[in-house]
Design a protein around this ligand. Structure first.
Ligand code: DX5
Ligand code: ZN
Length: 240
């Protein structure tokens, strides 16, 4: 008789954690320098929060700023650092296309902001960019039943979108666990990213729930020494 199967399968490969500082909390008067500084401090990705004063109440930056920052998104030795564009805009498709041209490496959008989620995902991938879906705290995961095989990234919001510096919403942990089960069941290489309220003192709990990629805005840019925050996050992850 076969041994009973565990309902919580381990990840197919051990996680390689990524830390994605959100430049929403950077000094906008010197964005290029901030991107270079946070990369030399150890950032793996640059998280780029696009807000349209419609889907969310805030207003940030568009594809021209992404294009201007692209040459700065590389290590001192010239290796490119991915620009992770998080669209909080409605509608999605025209801006997603513009960000693909502007040098985005990953583009994520909120499924409730697109009239045709599958089409939006295919359009992003058709431009050679990785595609992700973003889930707000109160939003169900049902759409993943139909599109998970096409995704490169799933982003779980642990705050309501629109502002940096908010507190982590604990129900996100259960949602991360649920997404991790879905990713393991489909067997694809899909990043599980978490966005909002991530700090050095909660990042290990979030990793234990199944996340492998961590957005952090105010936790990093709110401190004078970016490298010490990123190192403290990596140390916490090593013990997760
Ligand atoms: C919120 C943004 C986040 C924000 C996170 O809508 O999507 O990326 O920058 O900021 P912190 O890390 O300060 O919660
Ligand atoms: Zn974000």
């Amino acid at each position: 008789m076969n041994a009973p199967q565990s309902s919580h399968k381990p990840p197919l490969t051990p996680p390689t954690y990524r830390i994605a500082p959100s430049i929403l909390s950077a000094d906008f008067a010197k964005l290029g320098e901030e991107v270079r500084d946070v990369i030399s401090a150890g950032a793996d990705w640059i998280h780029f929060d696009v807000m349209d004063n419609h889907y969310v109440p805030n207003l940030t930056f568009g594809p021209m700023i992404c294009q201007a920052l692209k040459p700065h998104a590389k290590t001192a030795s010239g290796v490119g650092v991915p620009i992770d564009v998080h669209l909080m805009v409605q509608p999605v498709d025209a801006l997603a296309a513009a960000f693909a041209v502007a040098g985005a490496d990953l583009i994520s959008f909120h499924p409730d902001a697109s009239g045709h989620v599958h089409r939006s995902v295919q359009a992003i991938k058709g431009q050679g960019v990785k595609a992700g879906l973003v889930f707000n705290p109160a939003q169900p995961l049902d759409v993943l039943d139909w599109v998970i095989d096409d995704l490169d990234l799933i982003l779980i919001m642990s705050v309501n979108p629109g502002f940096g510096g908010q507190s982590f919403i604990d129900s996100a942990l259960r949602k991360i666990e649920a997404v991790r089960r879905r990713i393991n069941a489909c067997g694809k290489d899909i990043r599980l990213e978490v966005d909002g309220g991530i700090k050095t003192d909660n990042i290990a709990r979030v990793a234990a729930a199944g996340a492998d990629t961590f957005v952090a805005g105010s936790a990093i840019f709110g401190k004078p020494d970016y490298a010490s925050v990123i190192q403290a996050m990596r140390a916490a992850l090593a013990n997760a």
